[in-house]
Design a protein around this ligand. Sequence first.
Ligand code: SF4
Length: 66
Amino acid sequence: MSLLIDIVKKVKGKPTDKVSVDKYNARVSKCYSCPSLLMTGNCGICGCFIKDKAKYEGESCPDKKW
Ligand code: SF4
């Protein structure tokens, strides 16, 4: 899935830099304790699939939790 997202980001001119494993785990951990996380694994605010969103350095939580 990351390859497809990388391609879409590149087409849009957005960075595809990834975070470290520790930073990724910290982000996802915050999402798992967030009331906005949906059962589908998507953020209820931005709609993104958090396991993909959290990989990218240029992404951020819409509720400023990470
Ligand atoms: S991205 Fe932010 S608001 Fe969305 S589920 Fe994760 S912590 Fe919650």
